[in-house]
Design a protein around this ligand. Structure first.
Ligand code: PHE
Length: 352
C-alpha cells in the first residue's frame, strides 16, 4: 500500500512534507485527529532508511498522541513531526529555524516540543521563530523530559502495587537512558529500585552505573535481563515476536512511544502473563507539561496531574484483569469512547 493510503486508512486529517533547499531540512508533520483540540506532539529527529519509513513513524506517533491526549484528559488533538537525519551530525541551527518557520506557517494547527533527538535547547532555538513550540524557560522547575519520567515512575509504582508488591527493592531493566531514561533511572534509584541499564551509547549507560550503581548490559542483551520490570525508553516497536519470548519481567512499563511492533504483540505479552502498562498512558507527562507552560496550572499542580498517571494505569490493569483482556484493549476502548463522546457533543453544539 502506498504511504498516503496508509494515512487515509489510519484516518489522518493532514500530512505535510517539508523540503527546504537552502538548509537541507527534510521533515514530515502528521496531524491525526483534532476532535479534542489543536494537534500537539513532539518533534523527533532520527535517521530513517527511506522517506516512507519517516512518514509511517509520523503517522503512528501522531495517532498515539490522539489516544494519549484522550486518556490524559488534555484539550489537544494528536500530531507529531519527524525531522530526517542524525541528530549528532545533521542538526544545524539553519534546519531548526526552517522547521520552526514551517510550524509557524501552519498557524497553530500543530503545537510541538521536544522528543527523541530534539531537546529543550533545540526547542528554545525554534521558539524564536514560532509561538507554537513549548520551550520551558530555564528558570522554571518544570522540564518536559523530567515530567515524563515522573509519570513513568508512578506508572511503575502502581503496576507494582497491582502485582502486590512495591517499587522499593524491585529490579528494573531500562532500555535507553537518554533524555527521559536518564531522569527515570535517577528517580527510580532514589525510590530504592535496583537498576540494570543499556544504551546504544555506552557512555550514557556508564554514567548511570557510576551515579546509581546500575548494572550495565549490552543493548541487545537487555531483553534477557533478570528483572521484575522491563522498561523501554528508547525506540518503538521493541516488543515483538522475537523479543517477547525472551523477557523475564513480570511487567513492562516504559516511556517509549509505540512499543508494539504489531497489535498482536499486546496479546503475546498477555498470553505470557506479563502485565503491560499502556505506553501512551504511562508516558503522558510530557504532553501534560503543556498545561504548565500555558499557565493553566502551577508547578505543584502539574506534578499532581502527572502523578495521577499512576492510579490511571492501575485502574486499567484492574479492569483488564477483571475482564481477562490485554490492557491495550481496555486503554484503546477508553480512548475511542472519549473521542466518540466529544464528536457527538460537537455535533450537538449549534454552529454559529
Ligand atoms: N514528545 C512528547 C510525547 O511523545 C509530547 C510533547 C508534546 C512534548 C508537546 C512537548 C510538547 O509524548
Amino acid at each position: 500500500m502506498r504511504i498516503l493510503d496508509v494515512a487515509h486508512e489510519m484516518g489522518h486529517e493532514e500530512v505535510v512534507v517539508l523540503h527546504d533547499q537552502a538548509s537541507g531540512l527534510r521533515a514530515v508533520v502528521a496531524i491525526h485527529d483534532t476532535t479534542l483540540g489543536p494537534a500537539a506532539g513532539g518533534t523527533r529527529m532520527r535517521l530513517y532508511p527511506t522517506m516512507d519509513d519517516a512518514v509511517l513513524d509520523a503517522l503512528r506517533l501522531s495517532r498515539a498522541m490522539t489516544y494519549k491526549a484522550a486518556l490524559a484528559e488534555m484539550p489537544t488533538g494528536g500530531g507529531k513531526a519527524v525531522i530526517l537525519g542524525d541528530p549528532a551530525r545533521d542538526k544545524t541551527r539553519q534546519r531548526l529555524v526552517a522547521y520552526a518557520r514551517a510550524v509557524e506557517r501552519m498557524g497553530g494547527r500543530f503545537h510541538t516540543g521536544p522528543d527523541m533527538g530534539i531537546d529543550a535547547r533545540d526547542a528554545a532555538v525554534m521558539a524564536r521563530h514560532t509561538k507554537h513550540v513549548s520551550h520551558a524557560n530555564p528558570q522554571s522547575g518544570v522540564d518536559t523530559a523530567d515530567l515524563t519520567a515522573v509519570g513513568v515512575v508512578e506508572a511503575i509504582r502502581h503496576t507494582a502495587l497491582f502485582l502486590g508488591t512495591e517499587l522499593s527493592g524491585l529490579r528494573v531493566a531500562l532500555q535507553g537512558v537518554g533524555q527521559v531514561g536518564y531522569r527515570l533511572a535517577k528517580r527510580l534509584h532514589a525510590a530504592g529500585a535496583k537498576l540494570t541499564v543499556s544504551d546504544r551509547e555506552e557512555a550514557r549507560a556508564g554514567r548511570i552505573a557510576d551515579e546509581c550503581g546500575a548494572e550495565v548490559v549490552g543493548h541487545e542483551n537487555i531483553y534477557d535481563a533478570d528483572c521484575d520490570v522491563f522498561s523501554p525508553n528508547a525506540a518503538g516497536a521493541v516488543l515483538n515476536s522475537e523479543t517477547i519470548p525472551r523477557l523475564r519481567a513480570k511487567a513492562v512499563v516504559g516511556a517509549a512511544n509505540e512499543q508494539f511492533s504489531t497489535p498482536e504483540d499486546g496479546d503475546r505479552l498477555h498470553a505470557r502473563g506479563i502485565v503491560w502498562a499502556p505506553d501512551y498512558v504511562a508516558n503522558a507527562g510530557g504532553l501534560l507539561s503543556l498545561l504548565h507552560e500555558r499557565g493553566e496550572v502551577d508547578e505543584d499542580g502539574i506534578v499532581e496531574r502527572v502523578r495521577a498517571i499512576g492510579p490511571r494505569v492501575r485502574e486499567i490493569l484492574e479492569r483488564a484483569a477483571d475482564d481477562d483482556l490485554p490492557p491495550h484493549l481496555i486503554a484503546d476502548r477508553i480512548a475511542h469512547e472519549r473521542l466518540r463522546a466529544a464528536r457527538e457533543a460537537r455535533r450537538a453544539r449549534p454552529t454559529t
